[in-house]
Design a protein around this ligand. Structure first.
Ligand code: ATP
Ligand code: MG
Length: 336
């Protein structure tokens, strides 16, 4: 029988919009933001589960609810078998959290002092914690700076220390809100590898992580839930999600001299189901467009005609494998 480390049941969270900028006069307006709406998901024991969605989708709100920092307006959840509303202390003792936006470290303490403090708080025996703190500081490449105040740390160094703090007491369930944010590409890679190979595969920890990075989710996660505007829009393994693109192919075209009007006119073509584009950061005239379309071979000529009539120059054309981002665009009509 499957056993689950996290089960959410109809979670809804609304925030009241606040108006005005001067604190004493700030008032709650009657308008609300539905940050989460009827969120149902379950994470199996030992699973690496990714929550993927754009800014403001509700990812952090869900992580805060699961870590008992805030309570939902409706619904509840079980974490490590404990109800977040009835047994928050038990939930807290069983999880390790990397939170985004919340300060999880004392800036007036050194890195080592922070870890020593949290080890005592989590009642890690001293002989265990001494060894573990040493190992974690080495792993996070912070040994040389271990005796400096955290306020003097760069944001990437603080993030590394926050990860060390989250796993210090060896919790079985980890909630990681954008764990690789602010880390340079090379350290991001080693943290991803550590999350998957060590924490998940070797140590069998259940991990729920949030990310904006499609490739991070694709590379790491056994299962992915897409969240958009507070709702789970799809939940499956990355492979299964990609089959949702169906028979459509993804054509990637790089063109110069292209206006947004020309790009948006592409959706009038009968064989184009949807598209997604980015302008080259150095020039707004050069764009890379991903077109989700039927039968590239028979329709390529017509497509090329559209570009040449608009006076655009095609630099490259390739047929790509669908990515998780393509699935997200198909489901929501929005780019991530
Ligand atoms: N304390 C708050 N008061 C009012 N609204 C809030 C509060 N916290 C979050 N929200 C709103 O709830 C929605 C969900 O926010 P949340 O931080 O959960 O999104 P997110 O998916 O983590 O986004 P990001 O990718 O930018 O971190 C947003 O519209 C946000 O403005
Ligand atoms: Mg967030």
């Amino acid at each position: 029988m499957k056993s689950y480390s996290i089960v959410t049941n109809g979670i809804r969270k609304i925030y009241k919009k606040e108006e005005g900028s001067f604190l004493p006069f700030r008032k709650k307006s009657s308008e609300v933001i539905v940050a989460l709406n009827n969120v149902n998901l379950s994470v199996e024991e030992g699973e690496l589960f990714g929550l993927l969605g754009p800014n403001g989708a509700g990812k952090t709100t869900l992580v805060k609810i699961l870590s008992t920092l805030i309570i939902p307006d409706e619904g509840t959840a079980l974490v490590s078998g404990y109800d977040i509303l009835k047994n928050p202390d038990k939930v807290r003792a069983s999880i390790g959290v990397v939170s985004s936006g919340e300060r999880s470290l004392y800036w007036k303490l050194t890195a080592k002092e922070n870890l020593e403090y949290f080890a005592r708080l989590y009642k890690v025996p001293e002989e265990v914690s001494r060894k573990r703190i040493k190992e974690l500081l080495a792993m996070m490449e912070l040994e040389d700076r271990a005796n400096e105040l955290v306020e003097k740390y760069s944001s990437g160094m603080k993030q590394k220390l926050a990860i060390a703090r989250a796993i210090l007491h060896d919790p079985k369930v980890l909630l990681l809100d954008e764990p690789t944010i602010g880390l340079d590409p090379s350290f991001s890679r080693s943290i991803r590898n550590f999350i998957k190979e060590d924490l998940n595969r070797k140590q069998g920890k259940t991990i729920l992580l949030t990310t904006h990075y499609m490739d991070e989710a694709e590379q790491l996660c056994d299962k992915v839930a897409f969240i958009n505007k507070g709702e789970i829009v799809a939940l499956d393994s990355p492979e299964k999600l990609k089959t949702m693109i169906g028979k459509n192919e993804v054509l990637k075209v790089t063109v110069t001299n292209i206006s947004e009007e020309t790009i948006s006119s592409l959706k009038n073509l009968s064989f184009v189901e949807n598209y997604n584009f980015t302008y080259d950061s150095s020039t707004v005239e050069k764009a890379t467009i991903r077109l989700y379309m039927k039968d590239v071979e028979s329709n390529l000529q017509e497509l090329v005609g559209v570009f040449s009539r608009a006076g655009c120059k095609i630099l490259s054309v390739s047929i790509e494998k669908p990515t998780l981002e393509d699935v997200f665009v198909k489901l929501t009509g929005e780019a991530l």
